[in-house]
Design a binder for this molecule. Structure first.
Ligand code: ARG
Length: 435
């Protein structure tokens, strides 16, 4: 039976008589004569390759391509560059932004224990504002008037990229051809064939839609859209399936300095190296598979399969150390701010001042998040097993079951309990007596 879509319509917007705030972006109409040179965010995949040609055809515009390396595995970016030039780009910039991504985006996320919707460590959401910032820089330096990206009209990425461009460079236009060209995958393949654009792999069925970087990988589409379909094995291209992971556990000791991961098993490492090595360890032990239902900012509820081996080790390790050095009051308060931070970043508001305000708080708390956490990896689980920190608000001689003197006076406990429970006891009695 064909299913009726749920009728949730909104009235068309009425023209306003008031002046709009003068911070507008212009989404160009096809054949807009003002488009002369376009900076295209280019991945080398089908959509953006078709786009590279289509922009030249549609607007008679020149195209400058930009490919950003955020640590996505398995891509030879020289090949991507060659492909862009062969398809007619007048130039193709390849930017290695791994270090900046790790330092300025992943580290703040670690300090904020950033997880959206109980499972998503935000790798895509963190990458987009950086990609958009680099696009603005490249557009300006190469004299482009427009930035083009390959996002669809249904996702969060369009919001993240366009919000960033509109903030940093309101003078630049943005076009998102996938939102307007109305080509399906088959038409795109036909267009590609017609224009000599190489199409990788088989074309009979659509591949998963993948996005990945140093901090994780997502798969969407195909059976993933069927909520009742358990993951097919072939979706896991990064993390070993737990049932195939080694039979021997492995403990990894992560050292943190002021909230920043700095060492593995006692060896100091550069951030990008450290992230890659933690990811490899987690991937080997089946750690970091998340089958996630997610509330997108554009109103859709969708399912994603995530593989996040580095985040699945570093985030719990960081949270454990933070808990050890914080007081009960700090530890109860921070998660509320962490959640707000994650939501702002998820929702594309990287440049919202509140995010900066929150970062100041995160930095203050993290000033004491220094020490080491041991995490045991075994067939899909990552469990904290050891902790140490010079700032631990912990005194074994107080916490022990053995007799302790000193600061903790057990004789004071009855008096504490009497006053601590006073108001609750009174309320209980009043409610008993008066119904
Ligand atoms: N659902 C995640 C997000 O919104 C991942 C999206 C992956 N993006 C993509 N273009 N495939 O951040």
């Amino acid at each position: 039976m064909p299913e009726e879509p749920i009728a949730v319509t909104v009235p068309a917007p009425q023209p306003s008589t008031e002046d709009p705030v003068a911070v507008t972006t212009h989404v160009a109409e096809p054949a807009d004569p003002e488009i002369a040179r376009v900076l295209l965010l280019y991945s080398g995949g089908l959509d953006t390759s078709v786009m590279l040609k289509w922009i030249q055809d549609q607007y008679g515009a020149e195209v400058v391509a930009l490919t950003v390396d955020l640590g996505q595995p398995g891509e030879d970016l020289d090949v991507v560059r060659e492909k862009a030039l062969r398809l007619g780009a007048i130039d193709c910039h390849v930017v290695d932004a791994r270090e900046e991504f790790a330092r300025d985006y992943i580290v703040p996320a670690i300090k904020a224990n950033a997880i959206y919707g109980l499972g998503y460590p935000l790798f895509t959401a963190l990458g987009r504002p950086l990609i958009a910032k680099l696009a603005v820089e490249a557009a300006r330096s190469s004299g482009c008037d427009t930035i083009a990206h390959g996002c669809t009209g249904k996702g969060n990425d369009q919001v993240r990229i366009e919000a960033t461009i509109a903030t940093l460079a309101p003078e630049l236009r943005v076009i998102a051809p996938v939102r307007t060209w109305k080509m399906g995958r088959d038409e795109e393949i036909a267009y590609a064939r017609q224009h000599g654009i190489p199409v990788k792999g088989g074309t009979e069925f659509a591949p998963y839609s993948i996005d990945d970087n140093l901090w994780g990988r997502s798969s969407e589409g195909r059976w993933i859209e069927d909520l009742d379909h358990a993951p097919d094995d072939d979706v896991f291209q990064l993390v070993t399936r737990p049932e195939l992971a080694p039979d021997e556990p492995e403990v990894v000791v992560v050292g943190f300095s002021q909230g920043v991961p700095v060492s593995l098993n006692g060896t100091q490492l550069e951030l990008v190296d450290l992230l890659e090595q933690v990811a490899a360890l987690g991937a080997r032990h089946g750690v970091g598979i998340v089958d996630h239902i997610e509330d997108r900012i554009v109103g859709l509820k969708v399912r994603d399969i995530y593989e996040v081996p580095a985040a699945a080790i570093l985030l719990p390790a960081h949270a454990e150390l933070e808990k050890l050095v914080g007081t009960i009051h700090q530890n109860q308060f921070k998660p509320t701010l962490d959640q707000k931070w994650a939501y702002l970043v998820y929702a594309g508001l990287w440049y919202e001042p509140l995010r900066g305000d929150l970062d100041a708080y995160m930095d203050t708390v993290n000033a004491r998040v220094t020490g080491e956490i041991g995490v045991k990896l075994f067939k899909g689980s990552a469990r904290v097993v050891t902790r140490s920190s010079p700032f631990a608000v912990y005194d074994a001689s107080l916490a022990t079951f053995a007799e302790s003197g000193g600061l903790f006076s057990q004789e004071s406990a009855p008096g504490f309990i009497e006053l601590w429970s006073l108001q609750s006891r009174m309320a209980w009695r009043v409610h008993q007596e008066n119904g």
